[in-house]
Design a protein around this ligand. Structure first.
Ligand code: PLP
Length: 399
């Protein structure tokens, strides 16, 4: 039976403390205990039903976590202050010195930098692979490998990971599969395809208004409890806790995610098809010309479409920059990193979000200089947007 993530969110019923239609926001960093004994029990890890201190958990954060666990079909979830504040602690929780990771080479620049530059200091080594080459993935596994890490739809090249096949490989070698699903919330549900841990940067589509940061780790209750453990939990001890006010505002935005994703997907598909017809090099998983189109289709929750991200190649960095500046001037969007906003956002990944990746490696992975990554907004009249974008391209000789 098809997994229905939007229904799962809709079915959550939370009453506020005074009968409000939204759950009350916990405006406290610390919590009282009615007896000293229950405080001691809580420190020993028996935290069921008790709040201790907001770095550990708070009612607002638990509400948001529960909603995201429902959306991702996992037992539990832990929210954090940023996406990196979810990803980095989970990686550190799973690894000790001497361990090894197999990771996709086309991942978010921050995650790439963390695995390439930061974790080696603690003697945790990562082999970066072409995640679409399953043979290479399997051959990179060593006896020290702890997990396979990838993004369901990769940044910025929009390659699609075959999560079912990666799960098979992971299971065969007794590894976990960790998936960052930031680019494809609702469209893809990695846990239903076998992923063990699913991350999101809530900063992007899930919050959708580019006014706050947030992150989440969705996994088994056992793993989430480990992350929060007062004695050796990476989220508890590294401290990337989300503020309750923000957790509450993100939860409210999550309630409209399904409508937004459908509109992002509809707009992105429209533009991708038009620009491809015009002869531009467009990468969008919803296009039949995308090499992973069929794979995306086979993994998706169909009603949500192929997502709001596309890339197009302006030919050179100069043209890409000129086009982005002109599109911003004409109010078609903002020249800004990030994604999932109600207005269109564009950036040239080679010199921005993926600049951590050395130039020769960028070339090897097909990240060309003139590439523009576009997060398509919620434009009501996408045909009008297309005409205006086309005019910009014509004026600059991109088309
Ligand atoms: C933005 C992003 C992150 C990091 O999230 P922050 O909220 O910025 O810390 C991780 N993965 C992907 C795919 C992202 O786009």
């Amino acid at each position: 039976m098809a997994f229905k993530p939007a229904d799962k969110i809709q079915d959550l019923q939370y009453f506020g403390e005074f009968g409000g239609v939204n759950p009350s926001i916990s405006d406290s960093s610390t919590y009282t205990f009615l007896s000293a004994k229950s405080m001691a029990d809580t420190f020993e890890g028996n935290t069921e039903g008790c709040y201790l201190y907001s770095r550990h958990s708070s009612p607002s954060n638990l509400y948001l976590g529960e909603a995201l666990a429902q959306m991702e079909g996992t037992e539990s979830a832990n929210v954090s202050a940023t996406g990196m504040g979810a990803i980095a602690p989970a990686i550190l929780q799973l690894c000790k010195a001497g361990d090894h990771i197999v990771a996709s080479r086309t991942i978010y620049g921050g995650t790439y930098a963390f695995l390439k530059n930061f974790t080696p200091r603690y003697n945790i080594e990562t082999t970066f692979v072409d995640i679409t080459n399953l043979e290479q993935v399997e051959n990179s596994i060593t006896e020290n490998t702890k997990f396979i890490y990838c993004e369901s739809v990769s940044n910025p090249l929009l390659e699609v990971a075959d999560l079912s096949k990666l799960t098979e490989i992971a299971k065969k070698h007794n590894l976990k599969l960790l998936v960052d699903n930031t680019f494809s919330p609702l469209s893809i549900t990695p846990s239903q395809l076998g992923a063990d841990v699913v991350f999101h940067s809530l900063t992007k589509f899930i919050n959708g208004s580019s006014d706050t940061m947030g992150g989440v780790t969705c996994a088994t209750k056992e793993f989430i409890d480990l992350l929060r453990d007062v004695n050796d939990g990476a989220n508890m001890l590294l401290g990337p806790a989300l503020d309750s006010l923000r957790a509450a505002s993100i939860l409210k935005n999550l309630r409209t995610l399904h409508i937004r994703i459908k509109q992002h997907s509809k707009n992105a598909l429209y533009l991708a098809e038009k620009f491809e017809n015009d002869g531009l090099r467009v990468v969008y998983p919803g296009l039949k010309s995308h090499k992973d189109h069929e794979l995306f289709k086979s993994q998706m929750n169909e009603e949500f479409g192929f997502g709001g991200m596309l890339t197009l190649d302006a030919g050179s960095l100069e043209k890409a920059n000129a086009l982005m500046e002109l599109m911003q001037e004409r109010n078609l969007g903002y020249l800004a990193v990030s994604l999932g906003f109600y207005k269109t956002l564009f950036s040239a990944p080679g010199t921005s979000t993926s600049s951590e990746i050395p130039e020769d490696e960028q070339a090897a992975m097909g990240l060309s200089e003139g590439l523009i990554r576009i997060s398509i907004g919620l434009d009501n009249d996408i045909e009008r947007t297309y005409q205006m974008m086309r005019n910009c391209m014509n004026e600059l000789g991109v088309l």
